[in-house]
Design a protein. Structure first.
Length: 387
């Protein structure tokens, strides 16, 4: 009897040890699998439902000198901004992109007059890009949210300071307060984009519709087509944007005025010589003259590593709306800007720039409403680091 009980207990003990060893081996296997996955995901952040999350950003600081016969010359740090970006991959075909900009800027008051002067600093937070992207296929994507408007080369590809060779955007693209001249830089809605590759040539297309940031009560729609030559030696683009503007946008008060904007652009890369140019115009209801502008921006790399760059720009705008008010009144003008500068990149992601710009007003807009000459010279300094 006692022998039977002893044998039974011994068998139970052996079975218990066997189960413990089996669980230990299973747990060790799970730990080895986790370690292997972590080693494959080195440098990635994993959280919640996203497979991978990436973070990046930039810091930009600028200073400007203006010749001013009325107030004397002014030289001051006029802008500092920090951009934060994040992209997350959720599965193979779903992702998001987020870009928020924190900015403190001193803007020019009466900038198209001889009495231009800098205002006090204004701080703002702006959502540049916030969208969800669904990849319908490798060559087709749908974006839903707030996007950079795919109109022209500069706005879509060089919208941010760390992507440009100069501090300022071209004249026709700069916004005036809460309004725009040719097109809105942002649209909140849906953007469908895709591409077709054939014999080394690439054709890109965009179709978008949404609320522009100037008129929250109306939709705007746009199209863009691109043709890229082999090896990215040249790119041709054509853009359109139409919809309704907010009321009281100019000297002529029109409620929800219809507008149509069109543009064409060309960029090239030939050895160390590169550049871009655009022409755009807008026809606005009840405004007899077209709003229009163009620029050509060639630049030359002085060394093989592309650290030293000569930059230049010829820029023109005709603003019949008078969006940039002078002395509190709408002030239509025609203006040329001639810029020449030098850019130095000590590191790939750090750009330093100095640019001199000659501002010349044309025809009957040469003098402001007080009879003073508008022409002036400015010197722009800038440094930007991206990470």
């Amino acid at each position: 009897m006692f022998k039977s009980i002893f044998l039974f207990c011994a068998l139970l003990s052996l079975e218990s040890h066997a189960q413990t060893d089996q669980k230990l081996e299973q747990r060790l296997g799970e730990l080895e699998k986790i370690v292997a996955e972590l080693s494959q995901q080195k440098g990635q952040v994993k959280t919640m439902g996203a497979d991978t999350i990436q973070f990046g950003g930039y810091i930009n600081a600028t200073a400007t000198y203006n010749s001013n016969p009325k107030h004397g010359t002014e030289l001051l740090a006029d802008e500092i901004e920090y951009g934060f970006m994040s992209r997350g991959e959720i599965g193979n075909d779903l992702s998001y992109f987020l870009h928020i900009e924190f900015e403190q800027e001193k803007k020019l008051s009466n900038k198209n007059t001889a009495e231009r002067t800098f205002d006090g600093a204004e701080a703002q937070i702006e959502a540049e890009d916030i969208f969800i992207e669904y990849a319908y296929s490798n060559n087709q994507q749908i974006q839903i949210g707030s996007i950079i408007t795919p109109f022209g080369y500069s706005n879509y590809y060089n919208h941010f300071d760390f992507l440009r060779w100069q501090n300022e955007k071209p004249l026709g693209i700069r916004t005036s307060g809460d309004n725009f001249l040719i097109f809105d830089e942002h649209v909140t809605g849906v953007n469908y984009k895709g591409k077709v590759d054939t014999k080394g040539h690439t054709f890109n297309y965009f179709a978008y519709s949404g609320t522009n940031h100037v008129n929250n009560h109306a939709m705007s729609t746009g199209l863009r087509l691109e043709w890229n030559l082999p090896n990215d030696t040249a790119k041709f683009g054509a853009s359109s944007f139409w919809g309704k503007r907010a009321d009281a946008f100019s000297r002529i008060r029109v409620e929800n005025a219809n507008f149509e904007s069109y543009g064409t652009d060309f960029s090239w890369s030939i050895g160390r010589f590169e550049g871009r140019s655009e022409y755009y115009f807008s026809k606005i209801e009840s405004v007899p003259d077209y709003a229009r502008g163009f620029y050509i921006e060639p630049y030359l790399y002085l060394d093989a590593d592309k650290k030293y760059v000569l930059v230049s720009r010829l820029d023109y705008v005709d603003d019949p709306l008078g969006l940039s008010k002078s002395f509190g009144s709408y002030d239509p003008y025609k203006k040329y800007e001639y810029s020449v500068g030098f850019s130095y990149l000590p590191y790939t992601y750090w750009r330093n720039i100095i640019t001199m710009t000659f501002h010349e007003y044309e025809g009957g807009t040469r003098r402001d409403s007080k009879g003073d000459d508008r022409d002036y010279v400015s010197l722009e300094l800038g440094t930007v680091i991206s990470f």
